[in-house]
Design a protein around this ligand. Structure first.
Ligand code: SAM
Ligand code: SF4
Length: 332
């Protein structure tokens, strides 16, 4: 497994397959002024498979597909099938808003997907309409249930907490863990890419310390549970007699950079070294250069270089973040 210059083991590749989305969450995508990647710029399913082969060759074993909204990729099932069939892939997950899962859950499971993380900011349909804008709570909920029914488990819900939107709704979300074996995780807002979403992310920031206090005031104390793996970005807790787990992902109030194990691949074929920095290395040219091995050897070398060059951590507290990319272009 490759180690970076700070001795962190990096074995997890998050693959963004598209930058477009069927929602417009207020902190992620503005309603106007968006320009999406033209199709020829996106890595194809076969090119993504080659990058995964290159990553497996240097010791990566954990993969996640994200976006934008990955279920908008017409060839998503092919991408999943290709990756799942490769020896050495220990984990293959998907991050999605679940709007299309009633149709896709079963085929995704059959294609070899292991589990999903679903983004849902509230159980209140009005809040969902305000915060995630397009789409509806009912459709997202049906998608989650469809995923659970076909065994894409454990179900993990991700909720981004924003002041004046859903900060009160965290209690109902947390309550779900009392009788469901789900992970309900609360994420602190991060400003990415400048622009109106970054501004909103700063203005509406709610610390997870506050979110935890709010949940405990309503539902009683929770106790910390051991992480399932040391590089889990969430600190996990359980309410008394709860079946599920409540996780707090706190990049601002409690940065977890020292245990970061990930590398990101953008939909247009760049290794993005740290979510909250701009450093990138191009992969697409190596894939399209006509190498006899399809560029797999070259991409492995670029990936090792990317791992070596991974920044120690972010600079959010000094007011610095990525300027060139927004969250929908990186996949969280
Ligand atoms: N569309 C999919 C989804 O929403 O899960 C995958 C891509 S989305 C960019 C991945 C994650 O990023 C989601 O959980 C979303 O809530 C989170 N996210 C988006 N903008 C964010 C922001 N400004 N701060 C913190 N998390 C954010
Ligand atoms: Fe779309 Fe996900 Fe961004 Fe929401 S957070 S706008 S669902 S990419």
């Amino acid at each position: 497994m490759p180690r970076d210059s700070f001795n962190r083991e990096i074995n997890y590749l998050r693959i963004s397959v598209i930058d477009n989305c069927n929602l417009r969450c207020v902190y992620c995508m503005p309603l106007q002024g968006l320009q999406f990647l033209p199709k020829p710029d996106l890595l194809t399913a076969e090119e993504i498979e080659r990058v995964v082969r290159a990553a497996l060759n240097v010791g990566f074993n954990k993969f996640r597909l994200t976006g934008g909204e990955p279920t908008l990729r017409a060839d998503l099932l092919e991408i999943v099938e290709r990756i799942a069939a490769l020896p050495g892939v220990h984990d293959l997950a998907l991050t999605t808003n679940a709007l299309l899962l009633t149709k896709l859950a079963r085929p995704l499971k059959n294609a070899g997907l292991k589990r999903i993380n679903v983004h849902l900011d509230s159980l209140n349909p009005d809040t969902v309409a305000r915060q995630m804008r397009w789409g509806s709570f009912e459709r997202i909920w049906e998608g989650i249930i469809a995923a659970e029914e076909v065994g894409l488990v454990p179900i993990k819900l991700n909720s981004v907490v924003a002041a004046g939107y859903n900060e009160i709704d965290v209690v109902d979300l947390a309550r779900l863990t009392l009788d469901r074996d789900w992970h309900v995780r609360f994420i602190e807002l991060m400003p990415l890419g400048g622009g109106e979403c970054a501004t909103l992310s700063i203005k509406r920031y709610v610390s997870n310390i506050e979110t935890r206090r709010r949940i405990e005031a309503a539902l009683g104390p929770m106790r910390e549970v051991e992480p399932y793996n040391p590089s889990d970005e969430a600190r996990n807790y359980r309410l008394a007699n709860a079946r599920g787990v409540i996780g707090f992902i706190s990049p601002v109030s409690e940065p977890y950079c020292s245990t970061c194990n990930r590398m990101r691949l953008t939909a247009d074929g760049k290794f993005h070294l740290c979510l909250l920095n701009d450093d990138e290395l191009d992969v697409r040219s190596a894939l399209r250069a006509g190498h006899p091995d399809g560029g797999v050897g070259q991409v492995s070398r670029i990936l090792l270089h990317a791992v070596e060059a991974k920044p120690t951590g972010h600079h959010l507290l000094e007011g610095r973040s990525t300027k060139d990319r927004s969250m929908y272009q990186l996949g969280g």
